[in-house]
Design a protein around this ligand. Structure first.
Ligand code: SF4
Ligand code: SF4
Length: 542
């Protein structure tokens, strides 16, 4: 892993553009700022083209012979297929409203990370090959030929965009640069230019059902390990079931929650909640992944990896699907799943068996987000909660890009937080809700070789956390995304030491007074549970 400069060095950001015009400024593959190329063993299993050993820093990328025609044909196909893509190529007026809204531009100062210029990398080729005006006036109309250097530039900058869509919130024309990045990555994939961190997850997911390559028996073992952990802390033995036909609800969450801290604490939180309310649910060891790195690869791959959700729901005969805390997982579900792999007419509109609430917003997908489900439980007084059990946590909330901007899930997590903890503070207004800043490493960019860029891209979010850390003593960053839970710990250690990271359902679990629980003295991390230490001391005195 390339050495990351110290925070005070990295914070010296040069926002002055280079002397040379952007078209003549070559891309530099500097360690720490780009991701490794996909290994053949990770693209062969999913039949993606041009498997080979290659390194983006090499001169020769070993592109296929017909690479140029492949890319131009791919562009033509997509210009016909996606009206939005054609529109976004045509309508930008270069007003610059988006220019300073991207976290990567703010953190790097690189003009090609301005959304307008990121899109221009492709628009210039569009003008050259697909617009009459551009064909006639060439560079005077902002057109340029597709060359290997342009491909390298696309690779560098389309894997320096997290498809977060913050820029689109500020564009008066609604241009969504994330959609351009999606197409850019698709085209790169057609000539074998994928990054390995995504390709590995895709191949694993295709083979085993989840990004981490966990086999069904190991997936089950891991969840059963958490059953023991929960019993150790609470005295209550929860009883998850697996692949159970006839269960009312299928529960699917990102595999990151099964595998890595602090997501595992959130996973235990789900299991405690479900036990407490007596939910009739099952896990699937086949649909063992909510996330979908296919979204970062191509529409086709997204569809292939998503298909298992409805397939498993059908096989098991459940009524509807409940989904865990994740970001991009919900973008796929909310925006694409029902038309890609549906309609799921064999399922019912989700209805909470505890409160009777019908989630009309999920009428089409038949899948409900757990924060909507839990907020509804709280609103109906179905949970016995003691928020003081989280009194050692001074919490702020990060709106994950996809649930916030692609789904409008803004109030539910805040409603839950206000019910499960007593100390909750918002970050500055221009950094939350629809205007939230990305964690800096979404869309499959949370790989270690990319650490410098992750720290740069995460700077605006970290800066807002630092503000509430300094002002209110915030020591816990809550979120509802598995990638956030993986990305934030190193980001906080780097920019705002002293701030830890949690999912919302970990905080729910701390506050939840379970029927039959023993006197709980610790939380799920085996750290003291506030209010319980004194009782322990009193008992010792007696
Ligand atoms: S805000 Fe929209 S129209 Fe203005 S430069 Fe950015 S993409 Fe173009
Ligand atoms: S989608 Fe996000 S990462 Fe991509 S250009 Fe826009 S603000 Fe930057």
């Amino acid at each position: 892993m390339a050495k990351v400069p110290k925070p005070d060095e990295l914070a010296q950001i040069e926002h002055r553009p280079p002397e040379s015009p952007w078209t003549e400024t070559p891309v530099e593959f500097r360690p720490g700022t780009y991701c490794y190329g996909a290994k053949p063993q990770n693209i062969e299993p999913v039949d993606m083209p041009n498997p080979r050993d290659w390194n983006p820093a090499d001169e020769d990328w070993k592109l296929p012979e017909n690479w140029k025609q492949t890319v131009l044909d791919g562009m033509k196909l997509r210009l016909n297929r996606f009206r939005s893509f054609k529109l976004f190529m045509d309508i930008c007026v270069r007003c610059g409203a988006c220019a300073d809204k991207c976290h990567y531009f703010i953190g790097s100062g690189d003009p090609k990370n301005m959304p307008v210029l990121r899109a221009e990398l492709m628009r210039s080729v569009y003008r050259n090959d697909f617009s009459t005006f551009g064909k006639m006036l060439k560079k005077y109309a902002g057109a340029r030929e597709l060359t290997e250097d342009v491909i390298k530039e696309w690779f560098y900058y389309y894997f320096q965009c997290t498809e977060c869509r913050r820029c689109s919130v500020f564009c008066p024309y609604g241009i969504d640069t994330a959609e351009i990045t999606i197409i850019g990555r698709e085209l790169l994939n057609e000539i074998g230019c994928q990054i390995d961190w995504i390709a590995g997850a895709v191949a694993n997911c295709y083979r085993t059902g989840n990004h981490l390559g966990i086999q069904p028996h190991a997936f089950r073992d891991m969840i059963e390990f958490f059953v023991d952990e929960i019993e150790e802390v609470t005295g209550v033995r929860v009883e998850p079931t697996f692949n159970r036909k006839g269960a009312e609800i299928l529960f699917i969450t990102p595999s990151g929650d099964v595998f890595a801290d602090p997501g595992t604490y959130t996973l235990m939180g789900y299991m405690m909640l479900f036990h407490e309310i007596g939910l009739d649910y099952t896990w699937s060891t086949y649909a063992s992944e909510g996330g979908n790195f296919g979204l970062f690869t191509s529409h086709e791959m997204m569809k292939r990896l998503n298909a298992k959700m409805y397939a498993e729901a059908k096989r098991l005969g459940v009524k509807w699907i409940l989904g865990g805390e994740c970001g991009h997982m919900w973008r796929v579900i909310n925006q694409y799943m029902d038309t890609m792999n549906g309609p799921a007419d064999f399922l019912e509109v989700p209805k909470s068996p505890i409160t009777g609430t019908v989630f009309e917003n999920a009428r089409s997908t038949k899948m409900t987000h757990i924060v909507e489900f839990t907020a509804d439980l709280i609103r109906h007084g179905k949970l016995n909660l003691d928020p003081s059990r989280n009194d050692n946590k001074i919490v702020t909330f990060h709106d994950s890009c996809n649930p916030a901007r692609a789904m409008g899930i803004l109030e539910e997590p805040r409603y839950i937080l206000r019910n499960v903890c007593n100390h909750f503070y918002e970050m500055p207004e221009n950094t939350i809700r629809e205007r939230t800043f990305c964690c800096g490493a979404g869309t499959g960019l949370n790989t270690d070789e990319y650490m410098e860029m992750r720290m740069r891209g995460g700077l605006p979010r970290a800066n807002a956390v630092k503000y509430v850390h300094d002002k209110f003593g915030v020591n816990m960053l809550a979120n509802i995304c598995a990638i956030d839970r993986a990305v934030f710990p190193p980001l906080m250690d780097y920019w705002v030491p002293g701030v830890d990271v949690t999912g919302i359902h970990e905080l729910v679990a701390n506050a939840l007074i379970m029927k039959g629980e023993k006197k709980r003295t610790t939380d799920l991390r085996y750290e003291p549970l506030p209010g319980m230490e004194e009782e322990e001391e009193e008992e010792e005195d007696v």
